[in-house]
Design a protein around this ligand. Structure first.
Ligand SMILES: Nc1ncnc2c1ncn2[C@@H]1O[C@H](COP(=O)(O)OP(=O)(O)O)[C@@H](O)[C@H]1O
Ligand SMILES: [Mg+2]
Length: 365
């Protein structure tokens, strides 16, 4: 799950630590683009290669960058983009949630049909070839949109040869694309592994040192703090530097570094994230989640056949897709019946999660 920093950051540049505190510590939020990126030299070189090859030869291999949220994907690509004088287009799926919207912002035009957009894009990129970068493609609204986007990019690449760099938090995006698109686009995969505890500590300490130096802030973290924050970032968010910095930022502002406080912050953050997550879920998935909750109150293990029977007029394959989606979010899991292997059941991965969803659904309805 993505962790967002909820603090606002204004553009005025504070110069002292007092001002900095009043304005919130930008350097400790995700709105700050660090000059120094730690532990990712190899990744940066790999990405840079696409740009140098393209400049030199007019072509380059397509790149799929994947890794959990907070593993430094956006900061690395950002660093490279700041070095480039031109010849790239960067857009983020966070704002464009359909394939058509992505295409529209690539072409920078508002044609309504996909065909016109595509032919316009081809015309444009034949005339001036450029690297196309799409960040956060996992934010596209539905899996179909991801498939359509891949098909559009397939056409675009075939017709123009412009290199494409895709960035995603989710592992299985290529699995959502048609074979033909996967075969033509032939992505080289660049994996951003989750940070380990030492790396998270290193990133946070480096940022604290920067703030201390820049604003004479005199922040000193108690010894227990960084190991604790690193452990939580790994447990709660797959080694996300974003979460580590978020927790640190909150504690610095509150001038409170106790374990109790850190736990309180993470708890509040979690419940906020969950509400947002459930709210943004496609309504059909929500509907089935609700059904599973209802059934789970009687029996923890629910046959998929019951979901098909009680879920309305959806064919079994559709129900299975929805179960896949809920499983993909890490909410439920499939288990085969021990007695009859043909019977497949689902259950919540933990009572904690079932309870959490139950509470949120109650508030939402
Ligand atoms: N290697 C790194 N060195 C310094 N800061 C980092 C590093 N990786 C991540 N960060 C910080 O963590 C936050 C999240 O990084 P980001 O690149 O946005 O993650 P992603 O795009 O993978 O979700 C940013 O605020 C960034 O400053
Ligand atoms: Mg990112």
């Amino acid at each position: 799950m993505a962790y967002r920093c909820r603090r606002n950051y204004t553009n005025r540049v504070p110069t002292t630590w007092q001002e900095m505190q009043e304005e919130k510590v930008k350097e400790l939020t995700e709105f700050y683009i660090p000059e120094r990126i730690l532990y990712r030299d190899e990744h940066i070189n790999n990405i840079r290669e696409v740009f140098t090859r393209f400049k030199k030869h007019g072509t380059a291999k397509n790149l799929l960058i994947q890794g959990f949220s907070g593993t430094g994907k956006t900061v690395c690509i950002n660093k490279i983009l700041t070095e480039q004088e031109n010849s790239f287009i960067y857009i983020s799926g966070a704002q464009q949630v359909t394939a058509n919207q992505v295409l529209r912002s690539i072409v920078d035009l508002n044609f309504s049909t996909r065909e016109r957009l595509l032919s316009e894009a081809i015309r444009k990129f034949r005339k001036s070839p450029t690297i196309i970068i799409i960040d956060e493609i996992n934010k596209l609204k539905r899996v179909e949109e991801v498939r359509w986007l891949f098909n559009d990019l397939n056409t675009l690449y075939r017709e123009t040869g412009c290199p494409i760099i895709l960035i995603t938090n989710k592992r299985n995006v290529l699995g959502l694309a048609d074979h033909d698109a996967v075969r033509t686009l032939f992505f080289r995969i660049l994996e951003f592994k989750p940070y380990n505890a030492l790396e998270i500590r290193g990133i946070i300490q480096d940022r604290i040192d920067l703030v201390n130096k820049k604003y004479d802030a005199g922040i000193s973290l108690p010894e227990h703090f960084l190991p604790l924050v690193a452990a939580i970032s790994i447990k709660e968010a797959e080694g996300s530097a974003r979460l580590g910095l978020f927790l640190t930022n909150d504690c610095v502002l509150a001038e409170e570094f106790s374990e109790e406080h850190v736990r309180k912050v993470i708890k509040e953050l979690n419940s906020g994230e969950w509400v947002e997550f459930i709210r943004n879920m496609p309504s059909i998935e929500k509907q089935f989640l609700k059904l599973i909750l209802e059934l789970a109150s009687k029996d923890r293990i629910i046959p998929i056949a019951s979901l098909v029977k009680l879920g309305g007029d959806y064919p079994p394959q559709r129900v299975s897709q929805i179960v896949n989606a809920l499983q993909g979010y890490g909410l439920i899991e499939r288990i085969k019946s021990k007695i009859d292997k043909r019977i497949v059941n689902v259950k919540f991965v933990s009572d904690d999660i079932a309870e959490k969803i139950d509470k949120i659904m109650e508030l939402e309805s």
